[in-house]
Design a protein around this ligand. Structure first.
Ligand SMILES: Nc1ncnc2c1ncn2[C@@H]1O[C@H](COP(=O)(O)OP(=O)(O)OP(=O)(O)O)[C@@H](O)[C@H]1O
Ligand SMILES: [Mg+2]
Length: 444
């Protein structure tokens, strides 16, 4: 069932229950109130009558007066046990006198056949001692008043319920319409129609949900496009060496390349195969870094030890390119990360720096605001401005680049260890890579 109908049904049921209970309570209390009121009125009328008639009691006069008043009453003499006067049928009054106790002031409802009567009894002090004036009103008269009242009340309730239901319908529609629109937007996200997404007119919590959904859609769109980009780049990167290998292999097979050419061709084939292997290994590593939880084995690492290891590994490459490698190992601080992986990330950064440097690379470390910093600076041309926003994405490479995965791997490792990486311009004129980690307390 639709939400709007559910809300309306719930509201209407609640309203009908409340109104029925109210109507029933009023209905049952009303008759009692009417009876009490009638008794009061009968007593007032009786007392008035008694005061008028007490002055000059004369049965003929009284009978005439009473006939004119349209009152249902009788006068009873308790001493002689006789009805002195009555505007009611004599068998009825006789039946009452015989069956009801007239000595009590509080009288119950009297019955005569199917009819019931409200009764009020007033002592009538005339020359006849012990005379009682008894006034009665048929209960039917009061019930008729009760029914008229309840009928009007029901009409008012019915109008009230209809108005409330109409109002509830309008209000729930206002509430449900944005939800329905949001559902359509979510359907578009499901069908990946990101360009068709429209903002909906809503407020409060629904607006907040809409904003979260839109945020999620944008994130999903970014993710899908980065995946697409990744597959395009990956297939391109894999296709190039494969085509080279195919070209040389076919050339050698068809006798196009012979002797020294064939040998050089085979060398290229071997080089390209190892490049392919490197790309595939790096892609596998990246996929693992992304998805596998337990490939990180965190441990406390001394910063000075880390720098020593980096330098040891980078020195052959630096010597080969005649680059001077300057470093410090003074910082006696700890950080927490997977040592082997962090070393690999650092090597990716340092080997880039050595490759791009003119003559010098500096590896430094320092502490600031409870963080440990590692920086790698070189005096090369620096990172191209256009490249910076995407520098840490997969397969992004600039002039003199190789596969473009080194920095993506470095970022994945550093961020998974709780660190951060950024690039700036170094004081040497080239690139400055800044890696930072939360500082760990030395427990010694
Ligand atoms: N120190 C640097 N100075 C100037 N440019 C740099 C420096 N480090 C990286 N770059 C640029 O950033 C690009 C991306 O670097 P990254 O290490 O990710 O890939 P790569 O070095 O091209 O290939 P590989 O995956 O083999 O490392 C490089 O192609 C290069 O253009
Ligand atoms: Mg690199």
């Amino acid at each position: 069932m639709k939400l709007q109908y559910q809300l309306n049904a719930a509201f209407t049921t609640l309203l009908i229950v409340i109104m029925s209970v109210t109507a029933y309570t009023i209905y049952s209390l009303l008759l009692n109130l009417l009876i009490q009121d009638e008794q009061r009125q009968l007593r007032a009328k009786g007392e008035l009558l008694v005061s008028i008639l007490n002055d000059e009691y004369n049965s003929v006069n009284v009978q005439r007066f009473l006939n004119e008043q349209d009152l249902q009453l009788f006068i009873y003499d308790s001493n002689s046990d006789q009805i002195l006067l009555s505007t009611l049928p004599s068998n009825v009054t006789k039946h009452w006198v015989e069956n009801y106790d007239l000595s009590s002031d509080e009288q119950p409802l009297w019955r005569a056949g199917d009819e019931r009567y409200v009764v009020s009894k007033i002592a009538f002090y005339t020359e006849i001692p012990g005379a009682e004036l008894v006034l009665v009103t048929p209960l039917d008269d009061l019930q008729a008043v009760q029914h008229t009242f309840i009928f009007r009340l029901l009409v008012v309730f019915l109008i009230g319920v209809s108005a409330a239901i109409a109002l509830s319908y309008l209000l729930t529609r206002r509430l449900v319409t944005p939800l329905t629109r949001l559902k359509h937007q979510i359907k578009k996200i499901q069908n990946r129609q990101f360009d068709d997404l429209k903002e909906i007119d809503a407020s409060g919590e629904i607006k907040e949900v809409e904003q979260s959904v839109m945020e999620m859609a944008r994130e999903l769109e970014r993710y899908i496009s980065s995946q697409k980009q990744f597959f395009q780049n990956a297939s391109h990167e894999l296709k190039t060496p494969l085509m080279t290998i195919q070209g040389y292999a076919e050339g050698i097979r068809d006798g196009v390349f012979t002797e020294s050419d064939a040998e050089r061709g085979l060398d290229v084939v071997v080089q390209e195969i190892s490049r392919l292997k490197k790309i595939i290994n790096e892609m596998i590593l990246l996929a693992k870094l992304d998805s596998e939880e337990n490939i990180y084995e965190k441990e406390l690492i001394k910063v000075e030890e880390l720098i020593t290891l980096i330098v040891e590994r980078a020195l052959p490459l630096a010597n080969e390119r005649s680059i001077s490698l300057d470093y410090d190992t003074k910082l006696d601080t700890l950080l927490e990360a997977d040592k082997e992986k962090l070393l690999q990330a650092s090597m990716n950064i340092v080997s880039n720096a050595v490759r791009h440097a003119e003559s010098k690379v500096e590896v430094r470390s320092y502490e600031k605001n409870e963080r440990v910093y590692l920086t790698v600076a070189d005096d090369g041309p620096g990172v191209n401005e256009d490249l910076i926003p995407h520098l840490f994405h997969r397969f992004v490479k600039g002039k003199g680049g190789e596969t473009g995965l080194g920095l993506a791997i470095a970022r994945a490792i550093i961020e998974r260890s709780g660190g951060a990486i950024a690039v700036e311009t170094s004081h040497l004129g080239g690139a400055l890579f800044i890696v930072s980690f939360p500082k760990k307390e030395n427990e010694k």
